[in-house]
Design a binder for this molecule. Sequence first.
Ligand SMILES: C[S@@+](CC[C@H](N)C(=O)[O-])C[C@H]1O[C@@H](n2cnc3c(N)ncnc32)[C@H](O)[C@@H]1O
Length: 251
Amino acid sequence: MEFAYICAMNHDIIKPYDAEGEKKAQVTSMFDRIAPYYDFLNRLLTLRIDVLWRKKAIALVSSPDVKEVLDVATGTGDLAIAVAKALPQSKVIGMDIAVKMLAIGDQKLEKLALTDRVTLEAGDSEAMRYEDGRFDLAMSSFGVRNFGNLKKGLSEMHRVVRPGGRIMVLEFSRPRVFPIKNMFNIYFKYVLPVIGKLTSKDPRAYKYLYESVQQFPDFENFTKILEEVGFKHSSYKPLTFGICTVYLATK
Ligand SMILES: C[S@@+](CC[C@H](N)C(=O)[O-])C[C@H]1O[C@@H](n2cnc3c(N)ncnc32)[C@H](O)[C@@H]1O
């Protein structure tokens, strides 16, 4: 199978395996497949910087009035766990479409004795079962790039946040400054897929990571989309030379 790269409307839709199949189904099976290796590879491939990125992002939204939190595309629950630790008053729901990722997250919650404050649930970001305005904060780390329909997922995040509540999105971006831009490209395009292939046993997964980051609308392109789906006061803060960016906005 050739790597999928097809055009639909304004955006190129990058899919992990097959140009013909639905992105959502392919993303789900990819994450279910790599679930046992996911945390290990995250730490290895980012040299643990991913942990710092989540902490920094959470610091930007931490306030005493944040009590009900939704972590969309929670995966193995790292962002949900980090927010529960940072905000002791919070109750967190983490939702994800890949149940094998959630199963790993559940084991972590048990070990950390956080099961009373963090609940992980299966669900699709594009059709959430939560009522309008339920959450003070909806957030996602490295999740939205994988949505089948980005605007639909973000609109759902907008719907479930209360008026005055916030969205926080942490996502890879493409550094613009020499020589970081060039180093990042070499690492993401050539080094990371080889390590990912050997370790996760899925030759496509980490190639998809590179391709999906290339296609993702980063920086002001993403804040524009946040405004289009109804958020206000959108802003972004690049982390580590813009390898990763935190996006914030208010409903
Ligand atoms: C790169 S992982 C990020 C996991 C976690 N947030 C983290 O920071 O490590 C992306 C996650 O997005 C989830 N995902 C992709 N599309 C989704 C959708 N439509 N609804 C819910 N989760 C989705 C995948 O199953 C996967 O667990």
